[in-house]
Design a protein around this ligand. Structure first.
Ligand code: ZN
Length: 108
């Protein structure tokens, strides 16, 4: 007698072995939740993921905030930049727009 063990991933909701499942990883802060869901039970998640696409379109305010965040990014890195300070660049705080552009453009 042969015993065969087969591992099948099933939907976490309906546990239906005949339904193909997809794996989803949801994160919220430090929480990470993994779910295997069939098409039917993944629908709410899929809906949310579709909605997500509209976020950049809906809010110019977000774009402005992102721009601000991008400007602040070098300052935010400052604490971790002890190594950078060792590069003898002195004042890393004040970069002109031109300098930032120059840094961003690969000058190959
Ligand atoms: Zn299901």
């Amino acid at each position: 007698m042969v015993e065969v063990h087969v591992k099948v991933r099933v939907c976490d909701k309906c546990k239906d072995v005949n339904r193909p499942v997809r794996s989803y990883t949801l994160t919220e802060g430090e929480r990470v939740v993994k779910r295997d869901l069939c098409d039917e039970h993944a629908q709410p998640v899929e809906d949310l993921m579709v909605d997500d696409v509209s976020i950049p379109v809906q809010a110019p305010a977000v774009a402005a905030a992102t721009k601000t965040a991008a400007k602040k990014a070098p300052a935010k890195k400052a604490p971790a930049k002890k190594a950078t300070a060792g590069r003898k660049r002195g004042a890393t705080k004040t970069l002109t727009v031109e300098e930032i552009k120059a840094l961003r453009q690969p000058q190959a």
